[in-house]
Design a protein around this ligand. Structure first.
Ligand code: ADP
Ligand code: MG
Length: 691
């Protein structure tokens, strides 16, 4: 239940003076429907309205003048403005309007009167003009002209100054709240109290006040991160409290491990031990394994599934595509069967009697491991005793899909696999409610991928080199970006490229894109995997973990349009076999400084975790698309890049507070509960992509 002290802030925006039915939808779209949403709208600019002399004014800036009215010049012709000539001791200027009713201006601003005028300065011929001044008041009302006026986001029909007025009205309704920040932290950072911080937010007096590191903004960002972390920690604790079948380490998986043609890397062994620790605990596991493409996640999942089978339970392994499910099945089938564990593949292709017999085998518990696609979610799919759900490429699945899978058993353990490395600081934001293992070590023997960048103008040379390479048996990916608003246009571009390459290289070129029917797509991918196709032109559909070890060349067109993480993922498609691999990034010059820095990072390293850190640095919070793709929450104040030092503090403090006061009953605990309501971050919310 929302605390009473917050009621004024959660009232509908239409309680604010001057906000009628016409403005309401505009305000709702810009900020939100509640007073709180206007209160939390941050100014993005600042206008200096301190009085200046006419001879100091530069064209294009906002000027505030103290002048005497010299004379009125009503428009001589239709379409001309009404002008008032004004002067100070350094010169003269004009105030002008295009719509004036009767003699209203003459009456309110008679010749000889002193006025403060403020507005944007323009120059016509040599004359300085303030067109439609923002303020025109007698000196005794100078207080109405703010010396520093915050500028807010605006939208058509809703001027920035109206937004400012509404934000200030919202501020008036903001109560003083009890402090929820740890007093030592507050003192150390020198942050203002909550309400004072909001006052400062809405009353910037210099450019620095608008920056993310202004004390008021940092405090508000911290509040938001702290509220989020509190909810994450609470959620994790709730899940931990759910009993689940205890699965001990088994001899069966020990034997399977010993039978592998390779030794586990240190990171794999550590991750496996972490999973084993969770499974043995008798509480529901929620673990995310993060590891670059090729870091060997599959075998780790397999050994966990073997432990579950040895304990008499069933597991499922979900993949986002049919191709990937098939690949997993082929990888797991032998080692699992050799250990006496039954495994089957279930996809949308299974029909009729075959499908019925597979469903029966799962329902009876006769088969212990099911590998498959979305087909596994279907209601007819039932398990005799499902204990573990492994979700590969977890970001490709929604929360509800995961839940449907987990609902097929009682307290099903969750193991999510992700090939999208996340910077450590963001891990808390994205997955603070999960336990995370990192596979930060690659299996030995991988050859580095040689990465180079070249402007698109050199595409002729590139095709020439490609011809020689495929002549000696190499296989290549050629990636065309999906970027325009119209997927159809992008597909046309990819089709065009496939035609060009076919003309240049012959019939070994094939195309795969997201708009093809799944069956056709699979067939093309299968032909590529079988070596029947030498150059696979693709839109980003190959992003997901397809394994074609023979492919050694990756060409990425318009590399400047991809995010760093995405480029890294794409490059990860090559360098998986014994032969040396190359990645060529084609770009359209001129590259922005950031664009150049990105390509530089890729040339320098193949470490996904390092690349993720660099991505965050380079992005600086400005790349909204990137942020959305990575599933970051929509913070109001916090900027994951600029405030990344605050995240660990907030996480640590959230854990400390909840450890001391799990129900948030102490004075500080109660204040923290008010905070959670302020940001709508209740522990039972479902916001995490993987939670
Ligand atoms: P990903 O993490 O991308 O899912 P995979 O599980 O597909 O990676 O593993 C990639 C390849 O590495 C597979 O061919 C697998 O057999 C191999 N592999 C996994 N672990 C090791 C290891 N410790 N040593 C050598 N090869 C390994
Ligand atoms: Mg994989």
């Amino acid at each position: 239940m929302r605390p009473e002290i917050l009621f004024p802030l959660f009232a509908d925006v239409d309680v604010l003076k001057g906000l009628g039915p016409k403005l309401r939808p505009l305000v709702a779209r810009l900020a939100g429907e509640r007073v709180r949403d206007l209160l939390f709208l941050s100014p993005t600019g600042l206008v200096d309205r301190r009085v200046r002399r006419i001879d100091e004014v530069q064209e294009g800036e906002v000027a505030t003048l103290r002048v005497r009215i010299d004379g009125h010049q009503p428009p001589g012709r239709a379409g001309h403005p009404y002008r008032i000539r004004v002067a100070d001791e350094t010169g003269f200027a004009f105030l002008s309007w295009f719509k004036v009713f009767g003699d209203s201006l003459q009456r309110s601003h008679p010749v000889g009167a002193d006025r403060i005028a403020s507005g944007k300065a323009e120059r016509f011929n040599t004359e300085l003009q303030l067109v439609h001044p923002d303020y025109l008041v007698p000196p005794e009302r100078a207080g109405e002209v703010p010396l520093h006026e915050a500028v807010y986001p605006a939208t058509a029909g809703l001027a920035a100054r109206t937004v400012r007025r509404l934000a200030l009205a919202a501020l008036e309704r903001a109560p003083e709240l009890e402090e929820w920040i740890d007093p030592h932290l507050l003192a150390r950072e020198g942050w203002p109290a909550w309400r004072t911080a909001l006052e400062a937010l809405h009353a910037p007096t210099m450019g620095a006040d608008l920056l993310p590191d202004a004390p008021a903004r940092r405090r508000l960002a911290y509040d938001e991160l702290f509220a989020h972390q509190l909810a994450m920690v609470q959620r994790k604790a709730e899940r931990r409290a759910e009993p689940a079948p205890a699965v001990p380490a088994s001899e069966m998986s020990q034997r399977m491990q010993a039978a592998l043609p390779y030794r586990l890397t240190g990171a794999q062994a550590r991750t496996l031990a972490e999973i084993g620790g969770d499974l043995a605990l008798g509480q529901r596991m929620s673990r995310l394994v993060q590891g670059d493409v090729g870091s060997g996640k599959t075998v780790v999942a397999m050994l966990a599934m073997a432990d579950v089978a040895a304990a008499g339970g069933q597991s499922v392994l979900m993949a986002p595509t049919e191709i990937l499910a098939r690949q997993h099945y082929e990888t797991l089938q032998r080692p699992l069967s050799d250990a006496g564990i039954g495994v089957l593949l279930l996809t949308g292709r299974d029909k009729g009697a075959e499908r019925r017999s597979k469903l029966a085998a799962l329902a009876s518990g006769e088969v212990q491991v099911a590998v498959g696609t979305h087909a596994l979610f279907q209601d007819e799919v039932a398990f005799g005793g499902l204990q573990l759900a492994v979700i590969d490429e977890q970001h490709r699945f929604g929360v509800s899909e995961r839940k449907r899978l987990q609902a097929k058993g009682d307290a099903v353990h969750l193991l999510a696999l992700s090939a999208t490395p996340i910077p450590r600081t963001l891990e808390l934001t994205l997955h603070g409610d999960l336990d995370v293992s990192r596979l930060d070590e690659k299996p030995p023997g991988r050859k580095p991928v040689v990465t180079t960048a070249a402007p698109t103008s050199r595409i002729g040379e590139v095709v020439g080199r490609l011809r020689r390479a495929i002549g000696s048996g190499a296989q290549a990916f050629w990636i065309c970006p999906l970027v325009s608003d119209s997927e159809a246009l992008d597909v046309t571009a990819a089709e065009g490229r496939a035609e060009d390459l076919t003309r240049a290289l012959g019939p070994g070129v094939a195309l795969v894109h997201g708009r093809m029917p799944p069956g056709e797509k699979d067939a093309v991918m299968a032909a590529f995997a079988a070596g029947e196709v030498s150059v696979l032109v693709a839109t980003t559909v190959v992003e997901v973990g397809v394994n074609v070890p023979a492919a050694t060349i990756m060409v990425i067109e318009h590399a400047e349009r991809f995010g760093l993480a995405q480029l890294h993922q794409l490059r990860g498609r090559v360098g998986r076999g014994a032969d040396a691999s190359a990645c060529l990034l084609l770009y359209d010059p001129p590259l922005s400084a950031t664009g150049q820095a990105r390509l530089e990072v890729l040339r320098e390293t193949e470490d996904g975790f390092l690349i993720a850190e660099k991505d965050l640095e380079l992005r600086g919070g400005g790349d909204l698309l990137g942020a959305r793709q990575s599933g970051l929450p929509d913070y109001r104040f916090a900027d994951p890049a600029a405030h990344r030092d605050l995240l660990p503090l907030a996480a640590k403090d959230a854990r400390a507070l909840l450890a001391r006061d799990p129900k948030l009953e102490s004075a500080r605990g109660q204040a923290a509960r008010v905070l959670q309501h302020l940001f709508d971050w209740q522990p039972d919310g479902d916001w995490s992509a993987a939670g």
